[in-house]
Write a new protein. Sequence first.
Length: 748
Amino acid sequence: MGTTPYFFFDAMMWSSSKEDSLNIRVEKGTKPRLKLSEDKRNVQVAVPLDTFVNYPLQRVELHGGYYLVLQRLQQQYKITVQHGHERKPEFVIYSSAQPHEKDIKTQVKEMNTRIHKIGIAGPNLDVFGALRAARLTLEATVGTMHVNAKVTADRLSLHGQSIVVAPEALISTDKFTQYREKREQSTLNRVRERITLINALLAVRDWRRGSIQAKAIRAIINKNCDDCAQFNAKELQIKVGGSAIVEPDSIWSSTYVELDAWAAVTICGQVKLTSLVLTAGKALTTTADAIVALEMFGRLNVGRIGDVYCNFSQMEMVSGAGCVVDGSWQIGTCWALIEAKLTIGASAKLFVEESATIGALGCLRRCQYDGYLKANEVEIYLPYMDESQMIVTGQMDILVSPLTLKGNSSFYNATPTNPHPYPAFILDGRLNAHAIIAPFLAVELSPESLLRLCGITSFTPAVDFNILVSAGALATGKNCTLLSMGDNPRAEGIICASTFYHQGQIRFQAEDVHILTGALVHKGRLTNCEHKQNHVKNCHIVVEELFLNEGTLACNVLDITGEGVLDNKNRIFAVDSMDIRLNNFHNDEGLMESKNHIKLLSATKEWTKLGGSIKAKKGFDLYANKLDMALNDVHKLMNEKKLSFSARSDLIISTDICDEVKEFAVGCAAQNSVAINAVMDLDRLEVLLGGDHTNPEPVLFKVTDRADININTLVINGTASHLMIVLDGLLKCNRVKIAESFKHVTVS
């Protein structure tokens, strides 16, 4: 018979004594380090701020068979205390860096230990999870201690500059003690709380009013109504002989309300009604904390409107005096008539879901808007001629339509060479819209203003381009910028009924640019090229009165037509072609230049004097009824050593043409007369006169007293009954040829 074996595991039968204690102090260091006391009961742990350096694991043996391990994780360090015969640690401490505070943070998350006395100290100590110990001491050496854990201990000590215990925390201990000073302060705080509560109850008791409820209420109050929120009905009619007030912290709830107050109406609380018809003899004012919400509509007829904070589905408002908007309006549909001025404060906000029609009689003369306006459609009416004026110094964003300006400006005193003396609309801020439509008003774009326009399609058959601006008169400041934001339009343009005074910069998006105006004063820049500040690919200008160019007009193709007069005082340049067909030209101080061809057509029956400089490499065509050619330098017009001038009726050559080699030939043609009023040194001069044998009037070739002609050959051709040659100046020639078609020739 065998014996039954017994196994004894001494290693599992260890127990803790009351002498066991362990104190751990965590502090900031340059690298991880463990410092152990001689009795192996106190450990000082140094943790670095830099957690990215990979240091090796460190381990020390403690008293009673315990050991401590310090190891680096990804972003923090882990401190573990464990017995040599146990699988689970006694407790774990985590330490991580706080770079913004240049310190470390210590966290105690779990603890279930048999060590009789535990002390843990560290900066910014946080306690989480479940902690179980006999005697536990926690200390935050720096910063605040946060306790959000379930702590079970016979004795618990918490030390720190400030201690925050979360409402979710659960602390179980045999005895809870405080410092005497803290206990006295806590008692004093409880007394103060009770006093505050009593005062609050007394205040509520004093403020609290009764309530009058019914399906329909009709009330007449001879004096003031201190709180309209006392009334609650589906149909409510109140007549107040004095002022009406909705007090703070009160809620006025009714369905349909008619309020007629002899004096002012002040809303300090909450007004939540379905509909409101309000009549007040004086001002309507709401405080910043008030809420006015109407589900259907509100109709206001008041003497004056002050700060109003409201939320209406539909609002109709009439103010006998002014309207000051410093609050917040959120309205579905708004119709307002204000007999005095409308003032919108810097902190005001107006949100309109559908439409708003606002008329302010005090703003019909001159008004200014310096806020921010964002709407789908905007229409401004300026009723008084040369008195109504709108100045925009803020920003207007019009999303789906142009800015429409209605009204009339007077153009009787306006001159074609100056801006309109009294513009009705002045933009001194920013405008984002599809276009500006003001066909009968003067518009001014001040310096530093910025416009972004998309352009709109015109329904007029003659206008086959997108319109950016259509105005009665238009003036742009020196630093004004108008940018076209169209989506690849084929052509864009500007229409101006009277004077277009341009000093700023207009950047078009389309290749074809059209400008239709009564008078154009050009001092600024026009461009539709990406990398050029002042160059247009194709420019078409129609001028009915005057085109005064004091800037640089550069194009690839330039067409200028109309009944106006060109006065060029600077430079007009065309790369490919230049075609100008106007009533008359003045180019005494200017330069016209083309790398290809220039065509000039004058429709006037008076004299056309063409001066200044003209450069055309491949051809120059000029047509005029009576022409006085007085160019500064005609050699740049010569093509293959030939130069010709012609006029329908009369021609005067006032340009000196000298060729020392005598290889150039000049031709002059006119129906009635050709006069030479210049110095000529040429090889050949050809003159063509007449055109009809039946013309009884003689044709004339004249050398004026200022002329000095030195040529090899003079040829006079034509068809007329009588040729008259008048020599008042000097004529030197080797040969003279006169056509036989002239029946009579007279030389004087």
